[in-house]
Unconditional design. Structure first.
Length: 163
């Protein structure tokens, strides 16, 4: 009787390796933001419930410091404006962006133009922001620069968002 050889196990390869092309689903910048979010969640778990405002503030300031000069200047001014307009908000990072949360939920955030290679930075609000106005209202704004008038408008929106 002939000895039987074990059948070879089929090995599975990802589509990326078999086609030689990266997935068209997410950009490299989007994947990096998702990795940053995973790291933020791990860090929050390590810190525990007592790792409040101080750690979040240092994380936000570190992210702002990494930005190119133009975005960094806007982010620094927004950070000061948000702290003055809504002291109840806690600074934290969110997908690697400076963000501000109430009761652990992000209310507003700043997205550097550099982060996703956009032509403008974005200041936005999450669905946790109390900005509802009829059946339609803006939730994010393109920023190329910050003027005193824009700062006043953003300050008012941030106050309304946390009311």
């Amino acid at each position: 009787m002939a000895e039987r050889k074990p059948a070879k196990k089929a090995t599975r390869k990802s589509a990326r390796r078999t086609t030689g092309k990266a997935s068209k689903g997410f950009t490299a910048e989007e994947r990096a933001a998702m990795r940053e979010r995973a790291q933020e969640l791990k860090a929050a778990t390590r810190r525990g419930p007592r790792g409040g405002k101080a750690d979040g503030e240092s994380d936000v300031l570190a992210k702002i410091a990494e930005m190119p000069e133009r975005d960094r200047a806007m982010a620094e001014r927004l950070h000061a404006l948000i702290k003055a307009s809504a002291p109840a908000l806690s600074p934290r990072t969110w997908y690697g962006m400076p963000a501000y949360a109430k009761d652990g939920k992000v209310v507003c955030f700043f997205q550097s133009a550099h982060k996703f290679k956009a032509r403008y930075a974005t200041f936005g609000f999450s669905d946790k922001a109390n900005l509802d106005e009829g059946a339609m209202w803006p939730t994010s704004f393109a920023l190329k620069e910050l003027t005193a008038a824009q700062e006043k408008k953003i300050g008012a929106l941030v106050k309304k968002a946390v009311s």
